[in-house]
Design a protein around this ligand. Structure first.
Ligand SMILES: *[C@@H]1O[C@H](CO)[C@@H](O)[C@H](O)[C@H]1NC(C)=O
Ligand SMILES: *[C@@H]1O[C@H](CO)[C@@H](O)[C@H](O)[C@H]1NC(C)=O
Length: 323
C-alpha cells in the first residue's frame, strides 16, 4: 500500500496523461490539424494547398486570446485552406519551431505552394504580420490560395478552347462555372486544386455573355459544332438561359469523349457537393479533398486517431481520350 500522498501524486500523473492524450489546446477542433515534428512536412508541404500555421504555447496569454479566432478561421477556411497548429511547448516540437524562426508566441505563418508544382519542393513560408483578428487573417490566407481556374472573357473563348483541345492530350473533362458574380469563389479554386490533372476549370461571369456576332465568334462556334454537335447544342441553351437571367449560378461539366454536357445547380455548391458531382459522372477520385486518400489521412489526424496507411485505394488515373 502506498502512503496517501504518493497515491495522490500517482493519480495526478495518470490524470494528466489521460488529459493530454484525449485533449489538445484546440479541443480536437475538426477544422484544425494539430501537427507535430513527425507529420508537419507531410501536412504542410507536398500539397497544392495553402496552410495557415500557428506556432503556440498553451500557457501564453496571447495564444489564449487568439484561440477563439483560430476556431473561427478554421471554420471559415474549411475546404479551401488548411489550418494547422503546432504546440512549441512540447519537447519533440521545439526544434521544428526554432527551425521555422519562431521567437515568440503565437507566431502565425502561411505556407503556400509554388505556381508550378515540383515533387519534393517545399511550400514557401511567409510570416503573417497583420492584425490577429478573423477577417484580416482569413483574407490574407485566401489571397495566397493557388488558382488554377481560368477566367473566360466570352462564350467564344470556351468554344475556341475546346476546339483547340480536341487535338491535344489534355484532360477529357472541362468544367465551366457560369456565375452571377465576378469573383471566383475560394471553394471553386479549391476544387481546381483537388481535381488538378483530371478536370480543367474555367470561370465565366454571366454578364460577359453579351451577344456577340463577330466573324471570329461565328467561325469558332461552327468549328465547335462540328467537333461536338451535342455539346454545342446544350451549351447554347445554357448560355441563352444565363444571358436571360444573370442571377443564375450553374456548373457545367463537359465530357469531350462522349460529347456530353452535365450540369449542376446546387444552392450552396460546397466543395464536397462539387466533388460528388464530378465523381458521379467521371468515376474519378480527386487527388485531395473529399473522396481522396489524403482527405482520409487528414480526417484521421483531426480526430486524433491513428491514420491508416494512405496507399490502399490509389487515386484513379484520369481517363484520356485517344484521338
Ligand atoms: C499539384 O498540382 C499539379 C498540377 O497543377 C499536379 O501535377 C501535382 O501532382 C499536384 N500535387 C499534389 C501533391 O497533389
Ligand atoms: C479539397 O481538399 C482538401 C484537402 O483534403 C479538403 O479539406 C477540402 O475540403 C477539399 N475542398 C474542395 C473544395 O473540394
Amino acid at each position: 500500500m502506498l502512503p496517501g500522498w504518493m497515491r495522490h501524486i500517482a493519480a495526478l500523473v495518470l490524470m494528466c496523461q489521460v488529459f493530454v492524450a484525449c485533449q489538445n489546446f484546440y479541443d480536437s477542433d475538426p477544422h484544425i490539424i494539430e501537427a507535430n515534428a513527425r507529420n508537419f512536412d507531410k501536412i504542410v508541404h507536398g500539397t497544392n494547398y495553402t496552410s495557415l500555421v500557428e506556432f503556440y504555447a498553451p500557457w501564453c496569454g496571447y495564444c489564449k486570446q487568439l484561440k477563439p479566432v483560430m476556431h473561427r478561421a478554421g471554420k471559415k477556411l474549411d475546404g479551401v485552406a488548411q489550418v494547422v497548429t503546432v504546440n512549441c511547448d512540447q519537447e519533440a516540437n521545439k526544434r521544428l519551431c526554432s527551425e521555422h524562426g519562431v521567437e515568440g508566441f503565437p507566431t502565425l505563418m502561411v505556407f503556400r505552394p509554388a505556381k508550378t508544382y515540383r515533387k519534393g519542393q517545399k511550400n514557401a513560408q511567409e510570416k503573417y504580420q497583420g492584425q490577429r483578428t478573423l477577417k484580416p487573417i482569413v483574407d490574407f490566407v485566401k489571397s495566397r490560395i493557388k488558382n488554377t481556374v481560368k477566367k473566360l472573357r466570352s462564350v467564344s473563348t470556351v468554344q475556341n478552347m475546346l476546339v483547340k483541345q480536341a487535338n491535344t492530350n489534355l484532360n477529357n473533362y472541362v468544367m465551366v462555372f457560369f456565375s452571377s458574380v465576378d469573383v471566383t469563389p475560394a471553394q471553386y479554386k479549391a476544387v481546381g486544386i483537388n481535381w488538378s490533372d483530371m478536370v480543367d476549370l474555367f470561370f465565366m461571369h454571366n454578364r460577359k455573355l453579351g451577344k456577340s456576332d463577330s466573324e471570329e465568334d461565328r467561325s469558332s462556334a461552327e468549328k465547335f459544332k462540328s467537333a461536338y454537335p451535342t455539346m454545342a447544342d446544350s451549351l447554347q441553351k445554357i448560355v441563352d438561359a444565363h444571358r436571360e437571367n444573370s442571377d443564375l449560378n450553374r456548373l457545367v461539366l463537359l465530357d469531350k469523349t462522349n460529347d456530353k454536357v452535365h450540369t449542376y445547380q446546387g444552392k450552396s455548391m460546397t466543395g464536397s457537393e462539387i466533388a460528388q458531382f464530378i465523381n458521379g459522372i467521371t468515376g474519378l477520385t480527386p487527388r485531395e479533398g473529399p473522396l481522396s486518400n489524403r482527405h482520409d489521412y487528414l480526417a484521421a489526424l483531426k480526430s486524433g486517431k491513428k491514420p491508416k496507411k494512405a496507399s490502399k485505394k490509389k487515386a484513379q488515373k484520369p481517363v484520356r481520350d485517344e484521338l
